[in-house]
Each structure stands twice: as structure tokens, then as C-alpha cells.
Write a protein of this length. Structure first.
Length: 319
């Protein structure tokens, strides 16, 4: 089945291949026409598209759902996310996360302009505003039945999706494994050669548009049932032990010194595990969640499972 962009304008309860959008041409023909001319990814083209999206956002309350020009502009921006040619957030050379707010605005405009429709893929039926991705094999992405990803998300070549979910605006780098029941929320950024273990929840964020999404670096191992949310960050090459909760306000502590390294940011090339630290309240002494860095790794050091198990077993934890 061809990839189909969102249904703008009046709702049409038809199979996706029969939908029309922003005019009377079938969606597949519009897709073909856009593919033939290709997106303008030059600097001038991107600046122009950003300016058009920002103008639409300023006048969003007066937009008609059948505004062909506006809908085409929104689709251009979402197509860039879908192909990986643009990203909602990027890490600069100094390690700071930079948010491309205009791409978040494009996603929010897409939800405003899109109408509910029936999506049919094989024996399955869905009712939603945003279509699912397809043509995975052509993009060298392995998708096990039960997995799905929304249009406007990106999965690089070599990605494996067990029964899992990737939301719009998310970016998943090459050769990453999204294991069973793991979810990658809207706009989350996941690096290459990452393993998101079973049941991992990577939080998403669309609003406010300047909110920083979760960023998982390259070559990370995120243990089973971890939650990483609220703009938290895991540095390149790090291991996050099973069951850890990492949000923007969770302290990250160096086990060898007791020093608080950050809030919500696990440094690169380390092994970190869930822990608690005591805090006194009127009702007594309680343990509040934190993440404990128990070992530093050499940059480029592989996550040998037996070695990791030895390290973690020493401290009574697992990945």
C-alpha cells in the first residue's frame, strides 16, 4: 500500500487508497507529483517553508480545513520529518539540544487541519487523523506484525520494530531495535545502534512548541520497563538499568562520590541504575527516586552482556 498523507478538508470514510486530499486528484497521484519534483531541502527552501508555517500558525484560528495551499504547505513540512531530511530537535557541536519549533508547529497544524478517516492496512482497520507509514521493506526497516509508526516519524535503515509504536515527529536512527511493547513518543529523538528493551516508554512532547523532547544518544541500551520522559536525556553509549525512571527533574548521582551530576541527564558512556535517596518529611523518612551512575565506560566500549551482568549483579540490579 502506498504511503498516504493526512486527509485534509471534509472527512471521507473510505479506504486510504481512495482518499482525495486538497483537490480532486487521488492522493497517490499527488504523492507521485510531489516525489517527481522532490522537496526543496536547500537552505533558502527550508527558510521559506519555515516562514510559511509560522505565518499559518499566526493565522491558524482563521484557517479553513479545505485550504488547499495551507494544507500543501503543512504536508511539505511533515514529509521532511517522514523522510528524515529534517528533525524536530538536533544536538549541536557543543552538546546542546536545539528545537526546530516550526516543525512542531507544522505537526500541530496538521492535527488542526486533518479530519478523521478510516485507515485500512491488510486485515486491520483504524480510525484516526494521521495515516500510518508503509513501504518499510523498501526502506530496509523490519516491522513485526503488531508494530506501527505514524506518517511524519522516521526510522533509519536497519531499524527493527517488534510489536511497538512510534509517534509523529519521532526520529529513530539506523540499526536501532525497538523491542516488544516499547513506545517512542511524539518528537522523541533516538540515536543509532540503540536497544530499547521490552516495555520501554520514551515520552513525547508537542506543546509548548519550544519544549525539548527526550534525546537518547547513539549506542545506548535502555533496560526493560524504563521510562524516559519530560525532556530527559541519555548520553551516547550509556546503559540505563531496568525499571529506571528518568524525567527532567530526577537527580542523577555519581555513586562513587554522592555528587549530584544533573537533573534528568545521564552522562555519556556510563552504567546507570534506578535508586532512591532518603528525604525527611513531616510524616517520616521516605525514599525519592534518583538514577545512580555506578560505572564509567570507555568511549566506544561495547555493551557486553556478560560483563554488564557482572557489574550489575555486584549492586543487585539488572538490565
Amino acid at each position: 500500500m502506498d504511503k498516504v498523507p493526512a486527509t485534509f478538508g471534509s472527512p471521507r470514510w473510505l479506504p486510504m487508497t481512495a482518499l482525495t486530499c486538497c483537490g480532486n486528484e487521488p492522493v497517490a497521484e499527488q504523492e507521485s507529483a510531489r516525489s517527481a519534483r522532490g522537496p526543496d531541502t536547500s537552505l533558502d527552501g527550508m527558510v521559506d517553508l519555515r516562514n510559511r508555517i509560522e505565518t499559518l500558525w499566526e493565522g491558524r484560528h482563521g484557517l479553513s480545513v479545505d485550504d488547499v495551499e495551507a494544507n500543501e504547505t503543512i504536508r511539505e513540512a511533515i514529509d521532511l520529518l517522514d523522510s528524515g531530511e529534517a528533525r524536530v530537535a538536533e544536538v549541536d557541536e557543543e552538546g546542546r539540544v536545539f528545537v526546530n519549533e516550526w516543525l512542531k508547529l507544522a505537526i500541530l497544524l496538521l492535527f488542526q487541519q486533518s479530519q478523521m478517516s478510516t485507515i485500512e492496512m491488510g486485515p486491520f482497520e483504524f480510525a484516526d487523523k494521521i495515516p500510518l507509514k508503509s513501504d518499510f521493506q523498501a526502506r530496509s526497516v523490519r516491522v513485526v506484525p503488531g508494530a506501527s509508526a505514524r506518517w511524519g516519524s522516521y526510522q533509519g535503515p536497519g531499524v527493527i520494530m517488534m510489536p511497538s509504536y512510534v509517534n509523529i515527529g519521532a526520529y529513530v536512527g539506523d540499526n536501532t531495535m525497538i523491542d516488544t511493547w516499547a513506545t517512542v513518543g511524539s518528537c522523541a529523538q533516538v540515536g543509532r545502534d540503540v536497544h530499547l528493551s521490552g516495555g520501554v516508554g520514551i515520552g513525547g512532547v508537542l506543546e509548548p512548541p519550544n519544549a525539548v523532547p527526550v534525546v537518547i544518544g547513539d549506542e545506548c541500551l535502555i533496560g526493560s520497563r524504563c521510562i524516559v520522559a519530560e525532556g530527559a536525556r541519555v548520553g551516547d553509549g550509556s546503559v540505563l538499568g531496568a525499571g529506571a525512571v528518568l524525567t527532567g527533574s530526577i537527580p542523577v548521582i555519581e555513586a562513587s562520590t554522592g555528587e549530584e551530576l544533573s537533573r534528568g541527564e545521564v552522562p555519556p558512556w556510563c552504567v546507570a541504575v534506578p535508586a532512591t535517596r532518603p528525604r525527611e518529611f513531616e510524616g517520616g523518612l521516605f525514599g525519592l527516586s534518583c538514577v545512580l551512575v555506578i560505572r564509567r565506560l570507555e568511549p566506544g566500549e561495547r555493551h557486553d552482556k556478560s560483563t554488564l551482568n557482572d557489574v550489575l549483579r555486584t549492586h543487585g540490579v539488572t538490565t
